[in-house]
Write a protein of this length. Structure first.
Length: 277
């Protein structure tokens, strides 16, 4: 198979990938942007590879003329023999590179298709409006919009057709915690270096309790959670002890915006796997 065939096959595979995604992603601008980014990355990597090969070929031509003179062969004969070998080696190398790039593109498109189909619910355990982390998730490319709830609108079983999405985020990191007078006194009794740590520990215990109460309430209304069809992501400052208490659920913690987005994405893959066993 010559180089023209390789490029033709590459284009055919890439166009096939786009045609597969058209129905589900035609209205998803984020998905299209991600696809374009992947193709651009592939093109840049492939162009770099060709530049390296051509650079090496130029260096090889110089060495070839020296060797031809040394062994007494005519430069024309030496070039003819070397050209055949070089074309064969380049064809083999380019073939492997194209196959790797196409395989990479397929895997990436498959993952992004899962993301674009995944429904995410975001619950903020306070009466405040959408935090910045919600807005970041909404831009990640999940099925739009990411559903937002707060304490005044906790998801309930509104009808037999209403259910949780693939991922349910419980945000207690953006919840202001009020300590009791006794707890404040406990904090003030600590040394200056330990006060901040003590306060954070007390606040996280209260956040953990909010997590427990929310999970228990959601579990009562939505069997999908116990069936592991929905993955819970707990967004909390520090470490949540409540996460380890619900062993029968798919649940993971996140303590920063970066880990939140990453874990919600990974959780979407898990939920997809459960639905397609």
């Amino acid at each position: 198979m010559n180089l023209l065939h390789y490029f033709t096959d590459l284009w055919s595979d890439v166009m096939h990938l786009f045609s597969v995604q058209t129905v589900d992603a035609a209205n998803n601008l984020d998905f299209v942007k991600e696809a374009n980014k992947i193709i651009n990355d592939m093109s840049q990597r492939f162009a770099t590879t060709i530049q390296i090969i051509l650079g090496a070929f130029g260096t090889f031509a110089i060495l070839l003329s020296i060797l031809a003179a040394f062994y007494g062969k005519s430069l024309t004969d030496a070039k003819k023999e070397a050209k055949q070998e070089i074309i064969a080696q380049i064809s083999k190398y380019v073939s492997e590179q194209i196959e790797n790039e196409v395989a990479f593109a397929k895997r990436t498109f498959e993952r992004e298709q899962i993301v674009s189909k995944s429904v995410v619910d975001y619950y903020l355990a306070s009466t405040e409006n959408q935090p910045n982390e919600y807005k970041l998730l909404d831009k990640r490319g999940f099925r739009k919009p990411v559903n937002f709830y707060n304490k005044t609108d906790l998801p309930k079983k509104r009808s037999k057709n209403f259910d949780l999405g693939d991922v349910f985020v419980i945000d207690v990191a953006n919840v202001d915690i009020e300590l009791s007078p006794e707890e404040k006194e406990q904090v003030s009794s600590k040394t200056e270096n330990d006060r901040k740590k003590c306060q954070l520990n007390l606040e996280n215990k209260k956040r953990d309790q909010i997590v427990r109460e929310t999970i228990e309430l959601i579990s009562q209304n939505f069997p999908k959670l116990k069936d592991k069809k929905t993955v819970l992501v707990i967004y909390i400052k520090g470490i949540s002890d409540a996460i380890t208490e619900f062993k029968d659920l798919y649940i993971v913690g996140a303590n920063s915006p970066i880990s939140l987005i990453g874990n919600v994405t990974d959780s979407a893959y898990v939920a997809y796997g459960e639905k397609n066993k």
